[in-house]
Design a binder for this molecule. Structure first.
Ligand SMILES: NC(=O)c1ccc[n+]([C@@H]2O[C@H](COP(=O)([O-])OP(=O)(O)OC[C@H]3O[C@@H](n4cnc5c(N)ncnc54)[C@H](O)[C@@H]3O)[C@@H](O)[C@H]2O)c1
Length: 291
């Protein structure tokens, strides 16, 4: 897609972090925004701030876990702006898995992360792709995965990594199936990074739903950004931060250039991907690494 002016973007998880930054980036190209988020107050605040900066933006409180709410989001988008061209299935959560063995991981943690991070993406695909195909206009779907979603060696966050790996797979299939249709609708998968992105993901438990509560209250709050920094440095890995605006730029340029793999340009990042892929081809047992 080369011409963005007047187009309409839907961004799930648009009230915060990477979703908000994507909204700000595409709005600079003249794109109208529909921001969807489960956190009503943050959504209202974000929409007000964007409107204050002259951006055409609408907020729709949406729980991406619920197909009917994502379908209502699609209807609201069409009734508000008369079209839709960019869909960012970006809403995501993570649980504190750093102190936990896989065989101790609570079922509710799996259910919650699966529901938001995988079913949220699927619900977005099911609600929007038929509309995009039917309209026949140039369009693009971007699903947010993670380097932990199949690219990097031995993640220590099994729930998050397994679910994000599924998002990567689903995105590859979506890309191929859209090509088969011959329609001008493209798909990409976004890998935020190369470093931890400075967002509110580390307090994702603020959106923990009543139907997937903690099974036992954690003995300690999830590690803060600073505690994660200490753990990463203790594992001998360099610590650096990526800003959400950098991820948004990666996503925007990827859509403009019609690239599927939205992986940040970084030697460190590439080295980790190469280590995993070469290790698999060499049939080597995975090394013990922090993430
Ligand atoms: N921050 C990182 O380092 C990083 C790295 C790799 C991937 N990601 C992915 O990037 C995406 C964006 O996360 P972020 O880092 O900007 O975090 P964030 O917490 O700042 O933003 C995520 C947004 O998703 C919303 N959300 C949560 N549950 C929802 C639900 N059920 N329905 C609708 N919205 C919901 C939250 O309210 C929040 O506004 C996620 O998919 C995350 O997994 C982040």
């Amino acid at each position: 897609m080369k011409d963005f002016s007047g187009k309409v973007a839907v961004i799930t998880g648009g009230a915060s972090g990477i979703g908000r930054a994507i909204g700000e980036r595409v709005a600079r190209e003249g794109v109208k925004l529909v921001l969807a988020d489960v956190e009503g107050a943050a959504l209202e605040r974000t929409v007000a701030e964007l409107r204050g900066a002259g951006v055409e933006a609408t907020g729709v409180v949406t729980d991406v876990r619920k197909p009917a709410e994502v379908e209502a989001l699609a209807e609201k988008t069409l009734s508000t702006y008369g079209g839709v061209h960019l869909v960012f299935n970006n809403a995501g959560v993570g649980t504190d898995e750093t102190r936990q063995m896989l065989w101790q991981s609570p079922e509710n943690d799996w259910r919650w992360v699966l529901d938001v991070n995988l079913f949220g993406v699927l619900n977005g695909i099911k609600a929007f792709v038929p509309i995009l195909l039917e309209r026949g206009e140039e369009a693009h779907v971007v699903n947010t995965s993670s380097g932990n979603g199949g690219l990097f060696p031995l993640p220590t966050t099994p729930i998050y990594a397994a679910v994000k790996a599924a998002v990567t797979c689903v995105s590859e299939v979506l890309h191929a199936q859209l090509l088969m249709t011959g329609a001008p609708v493209k798909a990409s998968v976004l890998f935020p990074g190369p470093h931890l992105v400075r967002t509110n993901i580390f307090t994702a438990h603020r959106n923990r739903p009543a139907d997937a509560p903690y099974q036992s209250e954690p003995d300690a709050p999830p590690p803060t950004f600073d505690e994660i920094k200490v753990m990463i440095e203790a594992a001998g890995l360099p610590f650096a931060v990526t800003e959400p605006a950098e991820v948004a730029e990666l996503a925007f340029q990827g859509i403009r250039e019609d690239r599927f793999w939205l992986i940040p340009a970084s030697e460190d990042n590439d080295a980790r991907v190469r280590e995993r892929m070469e290790g698999i081809l060499a049939r080597e047992n995975p090394p013990l690494k922090f993430m």
